[in-house]
Design a binder for this molecule. Structure first.
Ligand code: PLP
Length: 335
């Protein structure tokens, strides 16, 4: 048996146990906590044909005293319920799902890494109804799982400034699906992202259909400068990130002027001449952008390094998450 590397790539190693519940006959079963293993699924399962699936991702942190605290689980559960509604899947009961998450954390407590690592929690919901003629029929049955994975850095370069392709041709998702955390959106972003990586050696693609800045394949996009934060206002076209909301809150707390509105690629390129740009998300936390590539031209963001405002905001969020700064907004829950 090969030993697990000390810091495996994000998401590549699962903790030992998962929680499982199923929806049948109009109700949820009691949840089971069991060792991670293969699932039994009909080859006609709705999800395999019609992509009836959504998921969530959030973290639990271990403190120096050994206690474990989960970050904004309620918001992630609410977003999953919203995703389930949009996909016409059975909607998880918030109490049951929270109990499932707590049960997994409790069973896998030993697997929660010390800071700066975390235990990443991955609830997953999918349609299991066996019917290959159900393209326009919702799945009456579903399965709800909670997986966990010890994680460290998402971008393997840590605080290295990111190279981002600004893509004003492709869309990341169908317009009404952007705010739904569903597998199909990631499948749609995959081709353009791989092509951009091969052609421009970028880390990610910033989708800007019609010249309006939306988000990258797996993170929201923020512009920063002294006392100012600009990001797209909430609409159906992109995922309403909990990290985005947390950073906005921390920025407002210290008197930043926060603007949430539609802005263009041209606005962004003007801003980054002497401002900062960053990606926000559970996995990325707040990752600074060093270069934007648009229509073959490279635009340096500020001086090309991760900027001081990005570093400071990131450090503030991490300090709250790790219990080193006061949790003024009640974001953490001890498990
Ligand atoms: C497409 C997309 N946008 C934004 C985010 C950031 O969301 P959050 O901050 O809730 O993790 C994620 C990551 O989960 C994502 O996959």
């Amino acid at each position: 048996m090969t030993a697990t590397p000390q810091r495996p790539p994000f998401g590549s190693v699962l903790a030992s146990h998962m929680a499982v519940a199923s929806f049948q006959g109009g109700k949820w079963s009691a949840a089971d906590l069991k060792p991670v293993g293969p699932l039994e699924l009909s080859p006609a399962a709705h999800v395999l044909h019609y992509a009836s699936t959504c998921f969530e991702g959030f973290k639990a942190f271990r403190r120096a005293d050994g206690s474990v605290h989960v970050f904004r689980m309620d918001r992630h559960i609410e977003r999953m319920r919203q995703s389930a509604k949009s996909l016409v899947l059975p909607v998880p009961d918030p109490q049951q799902l929270a109990d499932m998450v707590r049960a997994v954390i409790d069973r896998c407590r030993e697997a929660v890494p010390e800071a700066p690592g975390a235990l990443y929690l991955r609830p997953l919901l999918f349609g299991t109804m066996a019917n290959i003629g159900a393209a326009a029929t919702p799945s009456a049955d579903a399965m709800l799982l909670v997986l966990a994975s010890p994680v460290w850095d998402y971008f393997s370069g840590g605080m290295k400034p990111l190279r981002i392709l600004v893509d004003d041709e492709h869309t990341r998702s169908a317009a009404q699906m952007g705010m739904v955390k569903t597998g199909g959106n990631y499948a749609a972003a995959m081709g353009p992202t791989l092509e951009a990586r091969a052609t421009y050696q970028v880390d990610q693609v910033l989708f800007c259909p019609g010249g309006e800045v939306q988000e990258t394949g797996a993170a929201n996009f923020l512009l920063l400068r002294e006392g100012q934060l600009l990001t797209r206002g909430l609409d159906a076209t992109f995922l309403h990130g909990v990290t985005r909301d947390s950073l906005i809150t921390l920025a407002r707390d210290q008197g930043f002027e926060v603007t949430e509105r539609v802005f263009s690629v041209a606005d962004m390129l003007e801003w980054v001449k002497n401002g900062e740009a960053a990606l926000s998300g559970t996995a990325a936390v707040l990752a600074g952008v060093g270069t934007l590539i648009h229509r073959g031209l490279e635009h340096r963001v500020g001086n090309g390094e991760v900027g001081p405002i990005t570093r400071a905001l990131r450090a503030q969020l991490v300090a709250v998450q790790q219990g080193e700064a006061p949790d003024r907004h009640g974001w953490l829950q001890r498990v």
